[in-house]
Write a protein that binds this ligand. Structure first.
Ligand code: TMP
Length: 203
């Protein structure tokens, strides 16, 4: 199942999804829209941020399950994705189940993440930001703080997972491939041209 009015940004760390989310947020200030992120700002998401920082160490299967639990509440819970999308708002989410499939497959194999995410509905459009970890790692290092997954080898595996997953999902939803090494302006124009005709943006 696909949720109308729901779009997602995906890519390895340092691909620039958050920068584009902020640009789009600014452009859509006066339009019915809701911007959100995974992990969420709810309790499970806050806990996951501690795991990402390395402050709490968990078995990889537990981490995979927690990301899926956070997503379940994000989708179906109060003030969640479905509630906003059903009101006719454009829901823009920085990361979704594809992150679970790509990242957690790198540390606990593909079958558990597949099992955990198979019943979640899909977004209308996925923007996949492709970048080599050689470049993205430099961007991350420039930020100062690094998280548990921000290592070149891990991100190489994760990028390969993303490429495989995007291919698999092409038949089920719309995937837009972006070259994340292009300029911020050029990427933002491509995103805009893919969404400018959506009803809540045109009116
Ligand atoms: P970000 O806020 O900078 O995008 O970082 C979130 C991190 O969480 C990033 O390394 C990807 C990771 N992540 C997973 O491993 N699995 C998931 O399901 C989600 C949503 C994020």
């Amino acid at each position: 199942m696909t949720v109308s009015n729901f779009i997602v940004f995906e890519g390895i760390d340092g691909a620039g999804t958050t920068t584009q989310l902020n640009i789009l947020k600014d452009k859509l200030k006066s339009k019915p829209s809701w911007f959100t992120t995974e992990p969420t700002i709810k309790e499970t998401g806050v806990f996951l941020r501690k795991v990402l920082k390395g402050d709490i160490v968990l078995h990889p299967d537990t981490t995979a399950r927690l990301f899926a639990a956070d997503r379940c509440e994000h989708l179906y819970g109060k003030d969640g994705i479905l509630e906003h999308a059903q009101k006719g708002e454009l829901v823009v989410c920085d990361r979704y189940l594809f992150s679970n499939l790509a990242y957690q497959s790198s540390e606990c194999g593909a079958s558990l993440p597949e099992e955990l995410n198979k019943s979640f509905p899909l977004p209308e459009i996925v923007f996949y930001f492709d970048i080599s970890p050689d470049i993205s790692i430099n961007r991350i290092t420039g930020r100062g703080v690094t998280e548990i997954y921000e290592k070149k080898e891990f991100l190489e595996k994760t990028r390969a997972n993303y490429i495989r997953i995007m291919k698999e999902y092409e038949a089920r939803t719309k995937i837009i491939y972006l070259d994340a090494t292009e300029s911020i302006e050029s990427i933002s124009e491509k995103i805009w041209s893919a969404i400018e005709n959506l009803p809540m943006i045109k009116k």
